[in-house]
Each structure stands twice: as structure tokens, then as C-alpha cells.
Design a protein around this ligand. Structure first.
Ligand code: SME
Length: 150
């Protein structure tokens, strides 16, 4: 799907006040982008990332990750996107699924503070580009606004 169209649809999901819109956004991303094999939202609390909404073939054992640990923890610590083109070549990587080849983690921020993140695993090597980063940053901003208004 075209990313501009996806942004419009996600905005609608969050505006329409449906049941559990964050889960619906996760479902939307996972089902409309072929290389987004597993999509999850982690939220920061007490120096840990806690897994909230997710969608993919399998559950992960990493439902609570210390800030600073793994790719997820690194992005939360620096507040910057992590794009790992080959997870097996990155020794920070915390393995969740045997099929995963690449990963992107985009922080969700509120007033420059990282409050959570979007984590996407792909079964395709080198699946993520700067375009995914920019797209997911916009989604992260929408989620931040939504969470704040809850
Ligand atoms: N691979 C992540 C852990 C979370 S799973 O991908 C769902 C990491 O290295 O932090």
C-alpha cells in the first residue's frame, strides 16, 4: 500500500474512537505491508519497555526489555531510530523469531521524551529504508497524540 494512503487510513482509525484503536493500527500495518512480518508497540515504564499491542504469527518472550538492552532498548535509550539490515550481524540483537532477518525500531515521543516505540521485525533481509523511518515517525507522532488524549 502507498504510504500516504496508509497515513490517511491510520489517522481515521485513531479519530473514529473505535475499540482499541492502537491494536487496530498495529493490525493495519502488519496486514498492509508485506515486509512488516511482526509489528509491536512497547511502552516505557520504570526503566523498562513493556509490550502492548502486537500482531504477527507468534508471541515473543521479550515482553519486558530493560532500557539499553537489545535493539529496542538502544532506540529507547538514544531516542533515535534503529534500522538493522541483518539482525544476525548485530550483537545487540535479542532474538524473538527464527525467521527474522531485519528490524526497525522507531521511538514514540512526547515533548522530546521517549514514551514508547514501534518495533517491526521482517523475515526479509534489509527490508527497511529511510522511507520506513519517516513514515513510522509520523505514525509514532499520531500514536503519541492519541495516547496523550486518552
Ligand atoms: N529484537 C528485539 C526484541 C524484541 S522482538 O523483536 C519482538 C531487540 O533486539 O530488542
Amino acid at each position: 500500500m502507498d504510504k500516504d494512503e496508509a497515513k490517511r487510513k491510520i489517522k481515521q482509525i485513531l479519530m473514529k474512537n473505535k475499540e482499541n484503536p492502537v491494536q487496530q493500527v498495529v493490525d493495519f500495518l502488519q496486514s498492509n505491508f508485506e515486509v512488516y512480518s511482526w509489528v509491536g508497540i512497547y511502552m516505557v515504564k520504570d526503566n523498562y519497555l513493556h509490550l502492548g499491542a502486537w500482531r504477527g504469527d507468534q508471541a515473543t518472550e521479550h515482553t519486558k526489555i530493560p532500557i539499553g538492552k537489545g535493539i529496542c532498548g538502544a532506540a529507547a535509550k538514544t531516542g533515535k531510530t534503529e534500522i538493522v539490515s541483518d539482525v544476525h550481524a548485530d550483537n545487540r540483537y535479542l532474538s524473538c523469531f527464527i525467521s527474522t532477518r531485519s528490524e526497525i525500531v522507531v521511538p514514540i515521543k512526547r515533548n522530546s521524551k521517549t514514551i514508547g516505540e514501534i518495533d517491526i521485525d521482517s523475515d526479509t533481509k534489509n527490508a527497511f529504508t529511510k522511507e520506513d523511518d519517516l513514515f513510522l515517525k509520523e505514525i509514532a507522532d499520531m500514536l503519541s497524540e492519541h495516547i496523550h488524549n486518552q
